[in-house]
Design a protein around this ligand. Structure first.
Ligand code: EPU
Length: 323
């Protein structure tokens, strides 16, 4: 009976999509292959709109039929449940959403462009400012929504951070009614791993860089790369830093977890990295619950020892969608 109902629902969904949708889609798409953690069950449907008009029609349709959706970038900062998600997942990876164009010192990158491409193209044009993106996985859309960033290099003043907020000048956003707005930098609120852009769908952004000597750009890129390689986890699937650095503590989340001697601790195939305490790696067949339990264990241990409650940096999408 349940299966029959599901089939009927899928039939109507496909029939509706056939009428207006020009992109591609996949029903019951397993999200594990769309996340860097390699974890995630099937979403009801994954939709890859062809362009901005297709996206607008799609969000209006989803709104009309009452189907909730979430936008997935490169899936590098999400932890997704193993059971079926009653969500439509929108992925902006059609060629339209991977446009990258440089005019003078201005870089335009659509939401689906990889951060590494922004950095490389800017460097190829003799522009500095994107080197900090080295080793940050993910897409422009995701990086803007969460204001991705890193600490400054050793030679920079203590407390320096580099983030998307520093280089972005304008962002195109679509709201849930399918309307497009352009926001100037001043109209966007950026915080530590947060931004006001979360409310809409980021379509693309303009970033401003500065001219520099190619050798200096290459050296700076090498320094960011070398630091990442030395201090972070690259050998096994992970979602980067799992927790935000606490604002009410002088120590970073990674340091606190390290001081609790939790590095290397495992639940099933989920393990706290031995390289960096704030990374959880998937040793092969880790499931959502194993990672979640490990996160809870970290929160409890750090709280017990330091009276600091760590807040997740990764977004948790379990049945019910974004949290
Ligand atoms: N540390 C330890 N043990 C550990 C990990 C770190 O003692 O296991 C110490 C380090 O030696 C250092 C301090 O903790 O003295 C801070 O560590 P780190 O420089 O690695 O910085 P972080 O605060 O842990 C932040 C961002 C990273 C970003 C790096 C770049 C957050 C939560 N994390 O990490 O971002 O790559 O700075 O320097 O803000 C991410 O967002 O996914 C992410 C990885």
């Amino acid at each position: 009976m349940r299966q029959a109902l599901k089939n009927v629902r899928e039939f109507f969904l496909e029939e509706s999509l056939k009428r207006f949708f020009q992109g591609t889609y996949a029903l019951n798409e397993h999200l594990a292959s769309h996340t860097s953690m390699r974890i995630g069950g099937p979403a009801r449907v994954m939709l890859m709109p062809r362009d901005v008009h297709d996206l607008a029609r799609l969000v209006r349709f989803l709104r009309a039929v009452g189907m909730r959706f979430a936008v997935l970038g490169a899936g590098t900062n999400v932890l997704i449940g193993d059971s079926s998600l009653p969500l439509a997942i929108i992925k902006l990876n059609a060629p339209f959403f991977r446009k990258l164009k440089i005019t003078g010192q201005t870089v335009f990158a659509a939401a689906g462009v990889a951060l590494a491409a922004v950095r490389d193209e800017a460097a190829a044009q003799g522009l500095t400012g994107g080197e900090f993106l080295t080793g940050i996985p993910g897409t422009v859309g995701g990086a803007l929504v969460m204001n991705a960033g890193v600490r400054g290099l050793e030679q920079e003043p203590a407390g320096t951070w580099h983030s998307m907020a520093d280089c972005v000048t304008k962002v195109g956003v679509m709201d849930e009614q399918g309307n497009i707005a352009l926001y100037s930098r001043a109209q966007i609120e950026f915080g530590y791993r947060s931004s006001s852009l979360k409310k809409g769908i980021v379509l693309g952004a303009w970033m401003e860089f500065a001219p520099a000597e190619p050798a200096a750009i290459a050296e700076r890129t090498r320094e960011f790369f070398e630091r990442k390689q030395r201090t972070q986890e690259f050998s096994r699937p992970n979602a980067g830093c799992v927790f935000k650095n606490p604002i009410d503590a002088t120590l970073s989340a990674g340091r606190l977890i390290d001081l609790c001697q939790l590095k290397g601790r495992a639940i099933g195939d989920a393990q706290i990295s031995t390289v960096h305490g704030n990374f959880i790696v998937n040793n092969g067949a880790a499931c959502f619950q194993e990672v979640k339990s490990l996160m809870e264990l970290i929160q409890q241990e750090v709280f017990r020892k330091f009276a600091v409650w760590l807040e997740p940096e990764v977004e948790i999408w379990d049945t019910g969608g974004r949290q």
